[in-house]
Design a protein. Sequence first.
Length: 74
Amino acid sequence: MTKLMEKALEAVRRLPPDSQDEIARAMLTLAGEDEPEPIDAAHLSDVLESLAQAQRRRFATDAEVEAAFRRFEA
């Protein structure tokens, strides 16, 4: 293991368990060793439509993304 990885793991050890798990999932994804999360059947049609839009290169504009985030501001 490299010194940089050892330093990173030491920093992660000081984090709360939820943060450690989030970082571990990201590491496993990057290493190609994670399993995909199951898709709830209630959301499957939305996921499939989103994938189809991405395949057609139809993405939200910057203005649409900004408007979506504004809806969550209190």
